[in-house]
Design a protein around this ligand. Structure first.
Ligand SMILES: [Zn+2]
Length: 709
């Protein structure tokens, strides 16, 4: 995925939308170079607004000096370098590292002497920088640059990009604040908050944390900064501020309508919102501010209780890629952006750091295994931005403008390429979501059960926890603790095997396995059990005592099929059911069940309250699809993946043959309406595949929520 994305950033993927990301950095670097040679003769560009997404008049010949793409195009690089950093930490690759170093040289050459680094304004005119924080994403670019720089530094030990990110952050810190002469603004698109917390942790510089705290607390303070900014822009440029009498809170879209401590409903652009809540959670944890802690808990509850899809998706409406009102969760019109599910994982992980409660882990797991994975084809080469829970290709793809945001097959790349590199950086750092270490260093939490190993210092002893897990298809596995000098950053301090650590290993008890009742499925292996005490708290099993090298914990979580109903306030799902097993949500596709999926009706009696009528069948899912257009859109390579499918007792409603439009006038017609009578049905077995695997076999109908009776 990483090499593919590098080609995309350099506009080298045939058939894909151009990114212009590296083009812009090169243009800015060239401008810097000519400034250096021309000295005082250099005339900087004066700002002219060229649109939120500027494209070359002749796509074959972009002007080498001009900025193209979205105002936040620089973040494509930042997300890519972040994924590279995580990847190199685990899989050294000299060629990739050399490519990345070259890219970093170009990016750093684009940075201005004062530290500013956003090619949009560098190329379009610095005279107007920081005049449209609301929409022009400069501080969003800062946030992503920091995240990328930190990951690359941690993965390689190389600090060139980190220093560039610090210089940009320093410049922002000296320009922003409530002091006289500073801008009392904050990011239009949040992410800088959580990024600055990371930067402070990595550099040990408190000033970056202070800037994060400032952004969190200042947001939404009266008089509203964005409104003042909008009015100033009207005065300067004659456009941009249009008060809307129908929208009393126009800045709610940016979560900037009131201070966060007064907010209790998740509103506005979903990715912005949840990136912000994640940043607030960081600041709340580190400041222990009760008002901020209360705010993030309330916002979490609002999302989970009223605005969350069963797939872990959030942001129900396409209008502004935003949260809709409570319980408005349309399936076919869903937006459910891949990035928003990623943001939810960020938020959940930070809530887990505040207070380890299994619900945070449950939601994080659901988001990761369903909507995030759905965002990418099984061959890793095409992507969904929008993740609906119901698709009829004719409506979504061909006929109805209301569905223009819904794609029926994954796309190779997007001009607005937020999601693909976001998946890359998440997938490459997924261990950070699976495990956390308590602040005192004595408790290692396992939130997600995925095979692999994690090294850390537990109660002062360098250890590796090696996990073998059958998730998401089986709940069985084994976590072995090894005392290892190799696992530690400081090998000279490593103790030799045979030492003991008095510490706690804490394991999430997943809701799908029965929650706290599932504690019985977790056992300390062998005689070690005599040294370890067991305690359950907030959905985690705490195993505490003297751990020795080689000790292991075995688990075998039950993974029953669950038939799920929705709160009846969600009008779309009344009379419908969905199926989940373990962390996986299932979906019916036309490939397996025929089209007109609205006539596939789950026979709930045959299913049974305990779902004993449903068979969970391991099988090899064979992906593979030809493109639906001349650009190869929707192409998927023929990869095979072991999965589990569900065979569900169902009924098929008989559908009479459709009358052809050109049928003779006296031909028998199928009426649109007729007197009610119980529908004729035949018993069938519905085949449900994991939701994340849909649209890997070409275009087809798909439904998560099935009619039931
Ligand atoms: Zn996205």
């Amino acid at each position: 995925m990483i090499p593919y994305q590098w080609r995309a950033l350099n506009d080298q993927v045939p058939g894909a939308d151009a990114s212009y990301c590296m083009h812009n950095f090169k243009a800015a670097a060239a401008q810097n170079a000519s400034k250096a040679t021309q000295g005082k003769r250099f005339v900087p560009p004066t700002y002219t607004f060229r649109g939120f997404n500027a494209l070359p008049e002749d796509p074959a010949h972009p002007d080498p000096d001009k900025f193209y793409g979205f105002v936040f195009q620089d973040t494509d690089f930042s997300k890519w370098i972040e994924a590279v950093g995580y990847s190199l930490a685990h899989h050294p690759d000299a060629e990739l590292e050399a490519t990345a170093d070259d890219a970093i040289d170009i990016v750093c050459a684009a940075q201005l002497d004062n530290g500013y680094l956003d090619t949009y304004y560098i190329l379009n005119g610095m005279d107007r920088h920081f005049t449209n924080l609301k929409d022009h994403h400069e501080l969003y670019c800062l946030g992503h640059l920091i995240e990328g720089a930190v990951a690359y530094y941690q993965g390689t030990g190389k600090s060139k990009l980190l220093k560039a990110a610090c210089r940009f952050a320093d410049y922002v810190a000296c320009r922003f604040g409530t002091e006289e002469g500073k801008l009392d603004g904050y990011p239009g698109h949040e992410i800088a908050e959580m990024a600055l917390v990371k930067l402070a942790e990595v550099t040990g510089e408190k000033k970056y944390f202070d800037l994060a705290v400032y952004f969190v607390r200042q947001r939404g303070q009266e008089p509203l900064y964005f409104e003042r900014e909008d009015r100033a822009r009207v005065a300067a440029e004659g456009w941009g501020y249009q008060p809307n009498a129908n929208d009393p809170k126009p800045y709610a879209y940016y979560q900037a309508h009131e201070p966060v401590i007064n907010q209790h409903e998740a509103v506005g652009h979903a990715v912005r919102a949840v990136y912000f809540y994640a940043g607030v959670a960081d600041v709340a944890r580190l400041t222990d501010d009760p008002d901020l802690l209360s705010a993030v808990r309330k916002l979490w509850r609002n999302i989970v209780d009223k605005k969350l899809y069963i797939t872990g998706g959030i942001g129900a409406t396409r209008h502004g890629e935003a949260f809709s009102y409570d319980y408005d969760l349309p399936n076919d019109l869903a937006y459910s952006e891949t990035c928003a599910a990623i943001a939810l994982a960020f938020f959940a992980r930070r809530m887990l750091e505040i207070e380890p409660k299994s619900e945070y882990g449950d939601v994080m797991e659901t988001a990761l295994y369903n909507t995030v994975l759905s965002g990418m084809a099984l061959d890793g080469k095409s992507f969904f931005y929008v993740n609906p829970l119901e698709v009829r290709p004719e409506t979504a793809h061909h006929r109805d403008e209301n569905f223009s945001h819904v794609k029926t097959v994954r796309q190779k790349w997007f001009g607005c390429a937020c999601c693909p590199p976001n998946i890359a950086r998440l997938v490459e750092s997924v261990q950070e979501y699976a495990y956390t270490l308590a602040d005192d260093g004595n408790t290692l939490f396992t939130h997600l059960y995925m095979s692999g190993s994690v090294g850390c210092e537990l109660a002062g002893v360098p250890v590796t926890l090696s996990m073998e897990a059958g998730l998401p298809w089986s709940g069985a596995g084994r976590a072995a603790l090894h005392f290892s000098s190799e696992s530690c950053d400081k090998p000279e301090q490593g103790r030799i095997a045979g030492d003991a650590a008095t510490a706690t290993l804490a394991f999430r008890l997943p809701a799908w396995a029965g929650g706290e009742e599932a504690a019985a499925a977790v056992k300390v292996d062998g005689e070690a059990a005599n040294r370890i005490t067991r305690e359950i708290h907030e959905g985690y099993l705490y195993l505490t005592g003297e751990w020795r090298d080689g000790d292991a914990v075995v688990f075998d979580f039950p993974m029953p099929v669950h038939m799920v109903a929705t709160n009846p306030r969600v009008c779309e799902n009344v009379g419908k059911v969905a199926f989940v097993r373990g962390p996986i949500t299932f979906a019916a596709e036309g490939h397996d069940n025929g089209d007109l999926l609205q006539n596939l009706v789950v026979d709930t009696t045959a299913v049974g309250a305990d779902c004993s009528g449903v068979k969970a069948v391991p099988f090899d899912f064979v992906a593979g699809a030809k493109g639906v257009d001349e650009r190869g859109t929707g192409e998927v390579e023929a990869v095979t993946r072991p999965m589990v499918k569900l065979e569900v007792p169902a009924l098929r409603v008989a559908v009479e043959r459709e009358t052809a439009d050109d049928a003779p006038a006296d031909a028998p017609r199928t009426p649109l309406y007729s007197a009610y009578k119980p529908a004729a049905v035949t018993s069938v077995t519905a085949t449900l595949i994991p939701y994340f695997a849909w649209a890997n076999r070409g275009e087809s109908e798909m439904r998560v929520w099935l009619n039931a009776r």
